[in-house]
Design a protein around this ligand. Structure first.
Ligand SMILES: *Cc1c(COP(=O)(O)O)cnc(C)c1O
Length: 542
């Protein structure tokens, strides 16, 4: 391996930390590293060799601890270190597949290393001959990402091994997504193929992207040099401990759910008109070819959903890369895809739509409304009964309504109810815009036996009246007393007069009647008279 390593790295005398000199013994007074002696949890330097962590990770992958390098800035650190260990700046070059992960190219540029990008075959398979023929005597590295980002496919192991056998240099296999793939890992091949470096990360399947922990796995004669080049204390003690804790607990490991959801999402996307191709995926994302990626990308953002637009990457014209989310998030994305066509046929400006994202330490909410389109709605607040009530609004007001909320339901329902009401009120107010041409008032007369009555005035002044009596403390998972607070919050956020009264026997009917009556009142009030462009106010302002 030595002949691939830069001369200055071969002869590098690495920085020796205070703790490197210490060869063991019964020490109770640590005065070797100029640390503060006053304990606060982090007053001591972390283990520069991450010994405990390396042992644990080596067991995880069934390899020797000497074959593990741990990057404290994710696998991005490992990518950079590969260039620094092997490539002479301004002289050596590296080969990489394209389209692929963007960091290889940036790291190459930072290290002043020429990168020779080789286009994948049209079916995204590995172009072995073209990769090898791009190499010359100064080609030190060959980058393969498998499963590949953004195409999603894993390459057959035998294709990669064949390239490693024939390439006179280091083959780096970035397996960031290998946990989601059934095509196997190259980790088990590092002994027989000492020129392979495998990259893994804790950012994807392990759910620890915020920790920034990535690893390189290779022959110990390579890893030795990685450890010499890295910053001595490249991973804090907090992160080392946190990582150990997560590995022990196996937390964040949602691989079965994710792969199941991936297949569901893929199947759903295949049925959508604006989707031309759903590429098979061995990862936790799906690449889709659509009719117009830029337009669909913007439309999704307008509706509070962000995906990755890959349209400008080679072989990827009009593609979007969609990460597999929670079941609720995936349903929402599918719904947006389904609605896309019907919406994009409209002339912009005809529709009154708005989206509000509201994020506090207690709740994360996205609400989107379209006052002029009765397309499919989506509601998921985590509170079953509230969802049931909120569904009355799109249904009976004839509007489209999307609500997703991740709230602190482990505390209680209060914050979710309150914040959904505020976000809904703000969204409705925003969608109304300058209010030109609206009917402004809405009311219903007493309905059915439940006698629910909701009067509304969107004039801009706030007044709230509530005359509803319940005889039960709870309906479903929701306490009845919170409904007054819900509508009061909604009323204030929407800046309207809202008078609600209801009487009845059955508590479920009473509150459902209130939501239905609210929806009807809203429908009347937001309705636009298409020939009237005036403000419904003698004052000229609302
Ligand atoms: C996400 C990703 C990584 C992980 O990077 P970290 O720095 O470990 O978060 C590595 N390679 C590819 C191809 C990725 O998509």
């Amino acid at each position: 391996m030595e002949r691939y390593i830069r001369n200055n790295i071969l002869s590098l005398e690495p920085y020796s930390t205070a703790r490197d000199d210490f060869k063991g013994g019964d020490i109770s007074v640590w005065l070797d590293a100029n640390e503060s002696p006053y304990p606060n949890g982090v007053n001591r330097y972390p283990d520069p060799h991450q010994k405990k962590l390396k042992d644990r990770i080596s067991r995880l992958f069934n390899i020797a601890p000497e074959s593990v390098f741990i990057g404290g800035a994710g696998s991005d650190e490992a990518i950079d270190i590969v260039f620094r260990v092997f490539c002479e700046p301004g002289n050596d070059n590296a080969i990489a597949i394209t389209p692929s992960y963007g960091v290889y190219k940036v790291a190459a540029a930072i290290n002043d290393v020429e990168i020779r990008e080789v286009l994948l075959n049209d079916d995204f398979s590995l172009p072995a001959e073209r990769l090898l023929s791009a190499a010359d005597e100064k080609s030190k590295l060959l980058w393969i990402c498998s499963p590949n980002n953004p195409t999603g496919n894993a390459f057959p192991k035998k294709d990669i091994l064949e390239i490693a056998d024939r390439f006179d240099g280091i083959v780096i296999v970035d397996e960031a997504y290998a946990d989601f793939s059934e095509k196997g890992s190259l980790i088990e091949d590092i002994d027989e193929h000492p020129n392979i470096v495998v990259l893994r990360t804790f950012s994807k399947a392990w759910g620890l992207a915020g920790l920034r922990a990535g690893i390189a796995i290779a022959n110990k004669n390579i890893i030795k040099y990685f450890d010499r080049v890295k910053y001595p204390y490249n991973m804090s003690s907090i992160i080392q401990n946190e990582l150990l804790r997560h590995i022990e607990a196996g937390t964040g490991n949602h691989i079965p759910e994710t792969t199941e959801e991936r297949e569901k999402l893929a199947a759903g996307l295949r049925k959508v008109n604006c989707v031309k191709t759903v590429y098979p995926s061995d990862a936790n994302f799906i690449l889709v070819k659509v009719t117009d990626a830029d337009d669909l990308y913007g439309y999704l953002i307008d509706n509070g959903v962000i995906v990755r637009n890959r349209t400008h990457m080679p072989l990827c014209a009009d593609t979007l890369r969609i990460t597999v989310g929670t079941p609720g998030e995936n349903r929402r994305v599918l719904k947006l895809f389904k609605n896309y066509k019907s919406i994009c046929n409209e002339t912009p400006g005809e529709r009154r739509t708005s989206t509000v994202c509201r994020k506090t330490s207690e709740t994360q909410i996205t609400v989107a409304v379209d006052l002029d389109r009765n397309i499919e709605s989506y509601i998921d607040t985590g509170l079953k009964f509230l969802d049931h009530m909120l569904w009355q609004i799109p249904h009976h007001a004839g509007i489209a309504l999307d609500i997703t909320c991740h709230g602190d339901l482990e505390v209680d329902e209060h914050h979710t109810m309150e914040d959904v009401a505020i976000a809904l009120g703000e969204t409705l107010l925003k969608a109304l815009g300058d209010k030109r041409g609206i009917e402004r008032y809405g009311f219903v007369l007493p309905m059915d036996e439940s006698r629910a009555m909701v009067l509304i005035d969107l004039g801009g002044r706030i007044d709230f009246q509530w005359d509803v009596t319940f005889t039960r403390e709870y309906i479903g998972d929701t306490p009845t007393e919170i409904f007054r607070h819900f509508f009061h919050s909604l009323c204030c956020a929407m800046k309207c007069n809202l008078h609600i009264s209801a009487r009845g026997e059955n508590n479920h009917h009473i509150i459902e009647g209130v939501f239905k009556a609210f929806a009807r009142a809203l429908k009347m009030a937001v309705k636009k008279d298409e020939f009237n462009y005036e403000l419904p106010s003698s004052k000229g302002i609302l």
